[in-house]
Design a protein around this ligand. Structure first.
Ligand SMILES: [Zn+2]
Ligand SMILES: [Zn+2]
Length: 341
């Protein structure tokens, strides 16, 4: 019998996460309870912890969750006990608003977001709406699958928005870019990686993954870009990237939060250049991306840390220089998470 579960919880913005123990939740209609084996750490978790976004507190962050179903709520037929599932950022949509009705559930008027408006995966257990959970391809163990669930997925939505690009710029070469670069290169694109100035290790990592060029974010790439995707939460990069794309080129802002965008001359936008933001994901995005990641042989680069070190993980992300993605593993879940149950 489960007595309770534990989690790393945010009590107030700007304060460290604290370990909490709570009664084991019972899944409601249509929900499943999941024993978490791995949960990725996303920049959005950092924005939540730092109070840049959100005000639903206390909250258990974490929205790149992989685990095993350990209890079924009434009416759930999609998954069975013991099944491996992934839980992404979109925890639930309303199904009735104009956006949901048009197939744009990522823009739902009354959404729930995992680890933001409902408790997430920095925990031993989490409850999720089964309809919004994703099956994980067998090619990935839990630890390596976790970063796919936001970094990969949101990156892929941004990539599809960029639209068939041959020369793609990625600003900020962290968890999302290192996954998307592999997909774009497999598609035959030349990828140009932009990092903080002086981040030689990050630029080297990008080249090792097959990027055509890597440099500082204020440098000019050797050729004009068809599109640029911004993962770094730095508004000044918007006009910077705009100057690097060709006529008709797109600049896609893939983060949930960004510092203010400085003004820039209209000439930089002229000639049908455009700026877009990417918000959330749809279930269809999730299924399409996971299939694409497995088919193209994406390999995520992951540093795993115990769940108890969640604050350290956030500090490392804030400091920059993480190669690939950080993933938290609850106590006792290591063997299953590594694919050696
Ligand atoms: Zn809706
Ligand atoms: Zn995320």
């Amino acid at each position: 019998m489960h007595q309770g579960f534990h989690a790393m919880q945010l009590g107030s913005a700007g304060a460290p996460l604290r370990r909490v123990e709570r009664a084991m939740p019972t899944p409601a209609d249509g929900e499943i309870r999941i024993a978490v084996t791995a949960c990725g750490v996303c920049r959005t978790d950092l924005h939540i912890a730092d109070g840049d976004i959100g005000d639903r507190l206390p909250i258990i962050p974490g929205h790149e969750i992989v685990g095993r179903v350990d209890a079924l709520g009434p009416g759930v037929t999609r998954f069975g006990l013991g099944d491996r599932v992934g839980v992404p950022w979109l925890g639930r949509s309303c199904d009735t608003c104009p956006y949901c009705a048009a197939g744009h559930e990522n823009l739902c008027d009354a959404p729930e977001f995992t680890g933001f408006t409902r408790d997430g995966g920095f925990a031993s257990h989490v409850v999720a709406d089964a309809r919004f959970c994703l099956a994980i391809p067998a090619a990935f163990d839990d630890v390596h699958a976790a970063p796919l669930l936001c970094a990969g997925l949101i990156g892929y939505r941004a990539y599809r928005m960029a639209g068939g690009t041959k020369r793609l710029g990625l600003y900020g070469f962290g968890a999302a870019a290192h996954i998307l670069a592999q997909i774009a290169i497999a598609d035959g694109a030349d990828v140009f990686a932009f990092t903080r100035a002086g981040d030689a290790a990050g630029q080297d990592f990008a080249r090792r993954l097959g990027c055509t060029w890597a440099g500082a974010s204020n440098e000019a790439p050797p050729a004009a870009l068809d599109a640029a995707i911004l993962f770094a939460p730095v508004g000044a990069l918007v006009p910077e990237a705009l100057r690097r794309v060709r006529k008709g080129g797109r600049v896609i802002c893939a983060g949930i939060h960004m510092s203010d965008i400085p003004s820039f001359p209209y000439a930089d936008l002229w000639e049908e250049r455009s700026i877009h933001s990417v918000a959330n994901l749809t279930r269809a995005d999730g299924a399409a991306f996971l299939e694409a990641a497995a088919r193209r042989g994406v390999q995520t680069h992951v540093t795993a840390l115990p769940l108890a070190e969640a604050n350290h993980a956030l500090d490392r992300l804030r400091a920059g220089g993480v190669e690939g993605a950080l993933v938290l593993i609850p106590e006792g879940a290591e063997a299953v998470a590594r694919g050696n149950p």
